[in-house]
Design a protein around this ligand. Structure first.
Ligand code: PHE
Length: 331
């Protein structure tokens, strides 16, 4: 009896083995039952009761083992059903996408539409139509990634190529911004990368003047960096604009007083601009006596750095989640 009570089993096979051992036709209890007929008549009553009790106990024990096993079997304890569900991980927008969109939105309100073009370009769209001299250093292997030499195919080094495409496809008035990724053959460091992003703008119409350019850029600077922002234009040179200028905004950190971010000058350089060179208009079949235009171009990383004070340019392309999560609240 004690032996029956102490039985235990861990799986269905072990339970079946116990059934065969004790309760099958050839099992131990059946054997005892068979021996019953040899029991003396005066003991039959007592032994019979004990045998019946033993059989019932064995049957019940096996039943209990089966139940216990089935219950355990249905609860897979590798799954904790009381555990709270994982919260939905909603992706965040990349800081460069946020800034690019902000730039585009400002110019869209000023009447600019968006134009996009290919990153792999021919020489004409990246340099030739933009008045670059044949021996201009930007056409050098040091600055440009060449895909093919003859005919020349390159990774575009600025999105001015999209402006050339737009001028080839549309008649003035033209008012577009060209966002996109550009490539330059630079050693990767905290301050330079072999690819980055630009938004360039182009406006061509009758009587477009430098004053129009200045007004639009002032408006942009104030919307982007705050209503107190001042701008400053310094003479510069680009093959495709004449006159050309570089634009600074008053330092977003010290408001022009001079700090480490603006290296004490109170100003931060943010973009290049100028009046479209008549040669560029003519190269695209636009009559430079009838039309004038302005163009500007800025780096999205540069603007993002000033807005978010990102110290290392490489963070933008490393996809470190700790960095990307910082911008969750920004949209
Ligand atoms: N294409 C110039 C660059 O990549 C920027 C620029 C655009 C300057 C338009 C003037 C006018 O640096």
């Amino acid at each position: 009896m004690a032996e029956i009570e102490g039985l235990h089993a861990e799986n269905a096979e072990q339970i079946e083995a116990l059934r065969i051992k004790y309760l099958s036709k050839k099992g131990a209890i059946s054997a005892l039952m068979n021996d019953f007929r040899n029991v003396a008549p005066e003991q039959k009553r007592e032994i019979g009761q004990k045998l019946n009790a033993l059989k019932t106990a064995a049957t019940e024990k096996l039943e209990a083992l089966k139940n216990q096993y089935q219950q355990e079997d249905h609860i897979d304890d590798s799954i904790d059903l009381t555990r709270p569900a994982y919260p939905d991980e909603v992706g965040t927008r990349h800081p460069l996408s946020l800034v690019k969109q902000e730039i585009i939105d400002i110019f869209a309100r000023l009447g600019f539409s968006i134009a996009e073009g290919p990153e792999v370009e021919d020489d004409w769209h990246v340099y030739g139509a933009l008045n670059f001299a044949d021996d201009h250093p930007a056409r050098d292997m040091q600055d440009t990634f060449f895909i093919q030499q003859n005919p020349i195919v390159v990774l575009r080094s600025h999105t001015s190529s999209v402006q050339v495409r737009t001028m080839g496809q549309q008649k003035p008035p033209i008012r577009v911004v060209c966002p996109g990724r550009v490539y330059r053959n630079e050693a990767i460091s905290a301050r330079a990368h072999c690819f980055f992003h630009q938004v360039e703008g182009l406006y061509i119409d009758k009587n477009v003047s430098f004053a129009d350019l200045k007004q639009v850029l002032l408006q942009f600077a104030r919307e982007m960096f705050g209503p107190d922002t001042q701008i400053r234009l310094r003479p510069s040179y680009f093959p495709f604009t004449e006159p050309s200028a570089e634009m600074d905004v008053s330092c977003t950190l010290c408001k022009g007083k001079g700090c480490s971010m603006c290296k004490g000058s109170g100003w931060l350089e943010i973009l290049g601009c100028g009046m479209v060179d008549p040669n560029v208009l003519e190269a695209s079949g636009i009559d430079s006596k009838e039309y004038t235009g302005y163009a500007f171009g800025m780096g999205v990383e540069r603007i993002a750095n000033l807005k978010y004070r990102v110290k290392d340019l490489r963070l933008f392309s490393e996809n470190d989640q700790r960095f990307l999560d910082e911008f969750e609240a920004a949209h």
